[in-house]
Design a protein around this ligand. Structure first.
Ligand code: MG
Length: 162
């Protein structure tokens, strides 16, 4: 049987004023950005943790600790590239990824295609293997009140084709 791996990642960041909003490697026009040591791209953080989790590697918090001044405001694309490099070394590539963004604002649908395109490029795969969808939590909890944005990512890895 083909050796496939599955991984799950989760991330949540608080909205703040005065930072650009980056999601899935795409800059999105919005009144708030996400508080973080990095650029705050919670989509990429959840995705990278899913990828690393699938091959039982330490999560991105261990690879890119928030105490490291060198990675202050790091472009999260670099985090995803690092995760991809590590799974490639283990002989894996992306099977598919399914990502759920939980937020009241902004509307994600108008940006989903741009995110899928950018993520497919970063993950060396095709757009039809990356899904972005969004939901709200009905005004409840940190995401519902608009204080935070959360992301779940599920990733399937398969042996990389030669
Ligand atoms: Mg994060």
């Amino acid at each position: 049987m083909t050796d496939i791996r599955i991984g799950h990642g989760y991330d949540l960041h608080r909205f703040i004023i005065g930072k650009k909003l980056m999601l899935g490697g795409v800059e999105i026009e919005h009144s708030h950005g996400l508080a973080a040591h990095s650029d705050g791209d919670a989509v990429i953080h959840a995705l990278a943790d899913a990828i690393l989790g699938a091959v039982a590697l330490p999560d991105i918090g261990q690879c890119f600790p928030d105490t490291d001044e060198q990675t202050q405001n790091i472009d999260s694309a670099e985090i995803l590239k690092h995760a991809m490099k590590l799974i490639k070394q283990k002989g894996y590539g992306i099977g598919n990824a399914d990502i759920t963004i939980i937020t009241q604002q902004p509307k994600i649908a108008p940006h989903a295609e741009a995110m899928q395109t950018k993520l497919a490029e970063l993950m060396h795969t095709t757009v039809d293997r990356i899904n972005i969808k969004a939901t709200t939590e009905e005004g409840l909890g940190a995401t519902g009140t608009g204080e935070a944005l959360a992301v779940h990512a599920v990733v399937l890895l398969r042996p990389a084709s030669a």
